[in-house]
Design a protein around this ligand. Structure first.
Ligand code: R2B
Ligand code: URA
Length: 293
């Protein structure tokens, strides 16, 4: 049961779970023994995720109206994450940073594996800090770098450092870029730098602590753009790319930039502008999905 990955199933590999009659997905309050997981989740083709629970709930409600699909109640019985379903699209938030995201993804991967869902595509829609692009530009990631600028998600497992490749689906990424262009959503693509914090880890000068100079910050940004093709900073892409890749699922990361880090560190977009910017990843992803369901 745990060696799928074939026939488009969401893959898990855990010999310890083989033969187990129950599994409790603690952060969603969903159990195999008490929920008919294949009946509820077997038809899921897209998992749409992003950090904020209220933003994901708003996206789900809007999608239900636009696609004329029923909106489920919040299927998560825990207050850690929300989960809504609109036909074949599941909407789940992931919180901030890779530790939070990894909890959500592991449990959603198991959920969809138990559901026998096939050909599921995972899309993260988020915010980010752009490098050399106008605020409001949507960046479709071509890959994800960790803080050592390697295309790898680092896990510490029983005292050992383990590297997992961070692969996104290149075809899905280019299709999403095309959809954005058709919709006139400002779009670019390139690598994302996944930082483990918002301040020093992203070379900001406005944290509580900072031991580098302004010149060092700008040299770092220039090096990222010119030598590494890094377009934006965010905080989940390595984990997202690595875990979905391990599950054998196609994945994309679509993040709007809230600022150009070459012009400052503080996020000062007005409320109105923020509302417009946070709709941009949704606009292109929802259009993409509506064409395919
Ligand atoms: C983007 O925005 C959040 C930090 O403000 C973080 O979750 C991310 O990746
Ligand atoms: N999210 C980040 O991680 N960095 C930014 O600069 C903006 C949003």
């Amino acid at each position: 049961m745990c060696h799928n990955g074939v026939n488009g199933l969401v893959h898990i590999y855990n010999p310890h779970l083989e033969g187990a009659s129950d599994d409790h997905l603690y952060h969603f309050g969903i159990s195999r023994a008490t929920t008919d997981i294949p009946a509820v989740f077997g038809d899921v083709k897209f998992v749409c995720t992003g950090g904020s629970a209220t933003r994901i709930a708003m996206y789900a409600k809007l999608f239900a109206v636009e696609a004329n699909l029923p909106l489920s109640e919040n299927l998560s019985k825990s207050d850690r994450f929300c989960m809504f379903k609109t036909g074949p699209v599941l909407w789940v938030n992931h919180g901030m940073g890779t530790p939070s995201l990894s909890i959500m993804l592991v449990e959603v991967i198991k959920l969809l594996h138990y559901a026998n869902a096939t050909d599921t595509v995972f899309i993260r829609m988020g915010t980010s800090g752009g490098i050399g692009v106008n605020p409001g530009t949507v960046i479709v990631s071509t890959g994800a770098l960790n803080g050592m600028l390697e295309e790898s998600y680092v896990q510490y497992i029983m005292g050992k450092k383990v590297n997992r490749p961070t692969k996104v689906d290149p075809k899905l990424a280019s299709e999403l870029v095309e959809t954005a262009k058709e919709l006139d959503v400002p779009v670019d693509s390139g690598l994302s730098l996944c930082a483990d914090d918002f301040y020093e880890g992203q070379g900001r000068l406005d944290g509580a602590f900072c031991e580098y100079s302004t010149e060092e910050k700008f040299a770092f940004l220039r090096m990222l753009r010119d030598e590494k093709n890094v377009m934006n900073f965010e905080m989940e892409s390595t984990c997202f790319a690595a875990l979905t890749h391990r599950a054998g699922a196609r994945a994309a990361i679509v993040c709007v930039t809230l600022l150009n880090r070459e012009e400052g560190d503080q996020v000062k977009v007005s409320h109105e502008e923020y509302l417009e910017f946070e709709m941009r990843p949704f606009r292109l992803v929802s259009a993409y999905i509506k064409e395919r369901i």
